[in-house]
Ligand binder design. Sequence first.
Ligand SMILES: *Cc1c(COP(=O)(O)O)cnc(C)c1O
Length: 343
Amino acid sequence: MNPLDLVRPLVKQLKPYSSARDEFHGKGQVFLDANENPFDTCLNRYPDPYQRTLKEEMSNYLGVSPERLLLGNGSDECLDILFRTFCEPADEVIVLPPTYGMYKVLADLQQAKLVEVPLNDDFQPNLDLIREQVRENTKLLFVCSPNNPTGNQIGNDQLRELLKLPVMVVVDEAYIDFSDEPSALELIQEHTNLVVMRTFSKAWGLAAVRLGWLIAVPELIQMMNKVKPPYNVNELTQREGHKALANAQEKEDRVATIVRERKRLAEALSEMAITEHVFPSVTNFLLVRFTEDPKTVYNYLLNQGIVVRDRSGLPGCQGCLRITIGTSKENDFLLDALKNYTA
Ligand SMILES: *Cc1c(COP(=O)(O)O)cnc(C)c1O
C-alpha cells in the first residue's frame, strides 16, 4: 500500500506558501529579505519553519531520521494537520472509544464521518469489528496507546494486525514514557502506513510550551509540511524543546517518581470500600470505578479542593473518575479525603 494514495488530491497538487526562510536558508551577513525588525530583541527573526536543529536533536533522542519528523504546536496541532492532509468531507475516520476527545472534534470540523468501534471489556481493540468498518474512503484509524482514559496500552501484536488494513494507523503515544511496554516506534521501519505521535505535555512536564511531534514516512511528512502554517512552532518553544532534550534525565527521574506514586496510589485506592475497581495503568493517571455515585464522589472531592475528571459518561466507564497522579503530598491529600468520605 502506498500511503500517498490516501492523501487528499488537493494537498498533493497544492503549491505551498513559500516564506522568505524557505527561499533562503543559510548564512548571510545582512538579512533584508523578510521584513523583520533589524534591532536585536533576541526574537526579532522568524524561527526556522522546519525546526532543523530541534529535529536533529529529536532524531538522536528517538533513533529515527529527521526526515520522518513533523513538529507541531502541541500534538493537537499535529492531529489537525493530519486531518487536513487526509480527510475530505465524507471521508471516514475510525476511533476506538472510550478515548481522547480531540479526534472527534477534528473529524467534525473537517466534516469527516466518525465511525466508532468501542474497545472490548478489557479495553482492547475489537479487530474483527474494525476490519468490517474499513471502506474505500476510510483514511485514518486512531489508536490512543496508552489510552486516555482507560490507562492501558495496545500491544504491538495487535497494532501489526491493524497495520494490515489499507488506512493510516495513527498511534497517539502521549503517555508512552510512563509505560515499560514497547513503543509502536519499533514498527515504524516496516510499516509505511504507521504514524506515531508524541508530546512534551505529559512526561516532559511542558504542557504550557505546546510542543508535539509526529513520526511517519518522509513522503507523508513532505505532504504535511505543505499543509502546516509556515512558522507553526515558535522560537521560544523550539528553545524549550532543546533545553528539555538536553536534560532528558530529569524527565526520566520525574517519570520514575510518578510511576512509583501510581503504584502506591493504586494499591491504597483498591483497599478502600468506596472503590469497586482500579484499572491497571501504564500512564500518569488512574481510572477508578466507585461503588458510590461518581458524581457524588466528584462533588465531595471538589468540596475538599480536589479536582478530578468525571469520565462516567463514556462507554465502558460507568461509575468511573479519572485521577491524575500528583505529588506524594497531593496523593496523600486525596487518599485522606477519600478515607473520610461521607455522601
Ligand atoms: C494530553 C494528550 C495529548 C496532548 O496534547 P498536546 O496538544 O500535545 O498537549 C495528546 N493525546 C492524548 C491522548 C492526550 O491525552
